[in-house]
Design a protein around this ligand. Structure first.
Ligand code: PAF
Length: 282
């Protein structure tokens, strides 16, 4: 496995691979790999001849009071795990390689980024779409895989790819959960044992919502009240619990196919998100 640090070398590698008639699959990450990341690597390995994993804790997608400085990092361990998955290249640039001091361009998807996480994290999605657009230009992937836990992020990236005519197939990967249901996330390492227990309310809320939908409940407002009850029972802070359309991300009054339960909570100082497409088979 190669470790590449500069955009010029990364693009030269991509050009050679493409000239040889091979395809490139990309897994964009911020590192500190868990089983969820490894599944994304396996998925992209099935779709393309060569796999590139980008590992870059992207400063411009963090707010000033967010966890950029303490975001968990373990580069040697990440490299070992990626190599064991048969990854061809880790692209791990430094921030100054990705953002020149004179850089002033942002890629902004409007509308889809206004609600849900966009509300409490202004500028976050502009940071994500800017870095993903740059990664697509540098690495030239044929396909790229993103986890569905970041459900809004996936919708925003799909929009960007369609609007800006990127020739990249975007693949959404199902949420990977721990055996007790907690969605895997690098940020789970921040949780103390009692906080981790409390965080399970997200999965319990999803189970509750699925049961209510199966029993024929149609009023979104009623379900939201119940979901908030489940979350509050663990004393967590609810940032949002919303029932939105999977494509438009607009809040829905009626529960029907295509409605997603999306939630963000704070457990202690740790912000966690989770979601579920309530009418889809698990
Ligand atoms: O989901 C993430 O880890 C990040 O938002 C991404 C897509 C790698 C962009 O920095």
């Amino acid at each position: 496995m190669e470790i590449i640090r500069t955009s010029a070398e990364m693009t030269a590698w991509a050009n050679r691979v493409i000239a040889a008639g091979e395809t490139i699959g990309l897994v964009p990450t911020m590192g500190f790999f868990h089983e969820g990341h490894l599944r994304l690597m396996r998925k992209v390995g099935e779709k393309a001849n060569r796999t590139v994993v980008s590992l870059f804790v992207n400063p411009i997608q963090f707010g000033v009071d967010e966890d950029l400085c303490r975001y968990p990092r373990d580069f040697p361990r990440d490299c070992q795990l990626a190599e064991a998955e048969g990854v061809d290249v880790i692209f791990a640039p430094e921030p100054q390689e990705m953002y020149l001091p004179e850089a002033h361009t942002r890629v902004i998807v409007s509308g889809l980024t206004d609600g849900l996480c966009g509300k409490s994290r202004p500028g976050h999605f502009a940071g994500v779409t800017t870095v993903v657009a740059k990664l697509f230009h540098i690495i030239k992937p044929h396909c790229a895989v993103f986890g569905r836990k970041d459900f809004q992020q996936l919708a925003v990236i799909e929009r960007m790819v369609a609007d800006l005519n990127f020739e990249v197939e975007i693949i959404g990967h199902p949420i990977v959960r721990e055996t007790d249901g907690l969605a895997m996330s690098s940020r789970n390492t921040y949780l103390s044992a009692p906080e981790r227990q409390a965080a399970l309310c997200l999965f319990r809320a999803i189970g509750h919502a699925r049961r209510r939908v199966r029993d024929g409940l149609v009023e979104a407002q009623v379900l939201l009240g119940e979901v908030e009850g489940v979350l509050h029972s663990e004393g967590v802070t609810i940032e949002y619990a919303s029932l939105v359309d999977q494509a438009t991300l607009q809040p829905q009054a009626v529960l029907r196919k295509g409605v997603v339960l999306a939630m963000a909570i704070k457990v202690g100082a740790t912000r966690l998100i989770d979601n579920d497409n309530l009418f889809e088979e698990n």
